[in-house]
Write a protein that binds this ligand. Structure first.
Ligand code: TYD
Length: 209
């Protein structure tokens, strides 16, 4: 088995992941880890190309199943090329999204169902699981409005609010099912407060710095 730690961060668009990621990275470095930051969809040259297909606003005809398989394909490359080698070197790998995103967005949001998404992803990642997952819990309406205010919406972000509500329910289901692994953080709090709560959770899993 690997010696590093594998941390994923999850949440709706606009939940504040990108604000917290650099803070988590600094925290892990203080604890003595070499940190690898990565993201999905993407994280590799091949994965970034798949990401372009997925997020292209012109691809209105992209089917839900194709979408789910492309996310899984991007993830397979990511795991083999980036995540596993870094874990073997003892690094802390911090991934912006992982399998839980597919379960919430494709499984629940697109209605493909939990089981199909779990199955294709188990195959894609050869059973790799995060040691801990931080789920930033934001009201879907608040998240969507934040995203619209900051930048033009991409293909998925243009989806209606009820899509985001379903994704939100998907995350809630996941948090109930995997309550040991998934730590839910109230993302309506201040940046500092959210950061403090995340560090509290991570403290239980990191080695002493
Ligand atoms: P992300 O890169 O987090 O968005 P941004 O950097 O623009 O904030 O994710 C892009 C979109 O992809 C986001 O709407 C969630 C979606 N997504 C899925 O639907 N399924 C997945 O498996 C992943 C990883 C992301």
């Amino acid at each position: 088995m690997h010696k590093g730690i594998f941390i994923t961060i999850e949440g709706l668009d606009g939940s504040g992941k990108s604000t917290q990621i650099p803070r988590i990275k600094s925290f892990l470095e203080e604890k003595g880890y070499e940190v690898l930051l990565t993201r999905e969809p993407g994280g590799t040259i091949i994965g970034e190309k798949i990401r372009q297909i997925l997020l292209d606003k012109n691809h209105k005809e992209l089917s839900a199943i194709t979408e789910a398989l492309l996310y899984a394909a991007s993830r397979a490359q990511h795991v083999e090329q980036v995540i596993i080698p870094a874990l073997k070197e003892g690094k802390a790998v911090l991934s912006d999204r992982f399998v839980d995103s597919s379960i919430a967005y494709q499984g629940k949001g697109r209605g493909l169902g939990f089981k199909a998404i779990v199955d294709i992803n188990e195959f894609a990642v050869c059973g790799l699981k995060p040691d801990i997952t931080i789920l930033l819990d934001i009201d879907p309406e608040v998240g969507l409005n934040r995203v619209k205010a900051v930048k033009g919406a991409d293909r998925l972000e243009q989806e209606k609010l009820d899509f985001h509500r379903r994704v939100y329910e998907g995350y809630k289901d996941l948090a109930d099912m995997y309550s040991d692994r998934i730590k839910v953080i109230d993302a309506n709090k201040t940046i500092e407060e959210i950061s403090r709560q995340i560090k509290d959770k991570l403290n239980n899993i990191v080695r002493k710095g």
